[in-house]
Write a protein that binds this ligand. Structure first.
Ligand code: 2AM
Length: 200
């Protein structure tokens, strides 16, 4: 059996995606002279855990463990808004819109991280910073270009873009093609209305 590049993510409702699309369009116009790769709106999601290369023979176990963990969590909502960048707005390499991080989201992410670690997928070393990636600055961008992009971004204000109710978590496979990444859902599992509330 082969290997797939996989990650675990939450999808966004259409109204939020439409608002994100509006922000992307605005940014694309303002930043059109810079080498930036824009994420197609249909590829935008909230990643909980990037697994990387996964042997296909491990998928059933990953799905089982994911379903078990997710069923310990109650459905919840989070808000989307605010523009940000990694590593920061001064020298942006990744442009994103922010996600409010209610305790339920943090608890779900911690739970998913722990079960995947138990399966041998290394724990993410960086703190969880929930975000929705809109674009990545191309490697060929010069330092001056990166600073110029930062100056433009700092002048743009993005308001509240809506809220998302989380009832499902998906396991995705990512195929990196020359035309861009293609994401395919491999498995979906649902949160559980009868689960006990998340504790901080
Ligand atoms: P990003 O939005 O911050 O780029 C598929 O690549 C998804 O997994 C993306 O949402 C991406 O997050 C996330 N991801 C997290 N760590 C990654 C890594 N080391 N390489 C590629 N994607 C990663």
């Amino acid at each position: 059996m082969g290997v797939v590049r996989a990650f675990i993510a939450i999808d966004l409702p259409n109204d939020v995606l439409e608002n994100i699309e509006g922000v992307s369009r605005r940014l694309k116009t303002q930043l059109r002279q810079y080498p930036i790769k824009w994420v197609p709106t249909e590829n935008i999601h909230l990643t909980l855990k990037f697994l990387g290369d996964v042997s296909e023979s491990n998928l059933p176990l990953i799905e089982d463990m994911l379903a078990g963990e997710v069923s310990d969590h109650k459905p919840f909502e989070f808000g989307v808004g605010r523009l940000g960048a990694f590593p920061d707005m001064k020298r942006p390499r990744v442009i994103w819109v922010g996600v409010e991080a209610p305790e339920e989201l943090l608890a779900l992410q911690r739970g998913v991280e722990s079960v995947m670690q138990r399966l041998g997928y290394p724990r993410e070393q960086r703190p969880f910073q929930p975000h929705l990636t809109l674009a990545r600055i191309a490697r060929r961008a010069t330092t001056n270009e990166v600073y110029a992009i930062g100056r433009i971004l700092r002048e743009i204000s993005v308001s509240f873009l809506g809220s998302a109710r989380v009832t499902e978590v998906h396991l995705y496979k990512s195929d990196l093609r020359p035309t861009g990444a293609v994401y395919t859902r491999l498995f979906t599992t649902t949160l559980n209305a009868s689960a006990p509330p998340a504790v901080a």
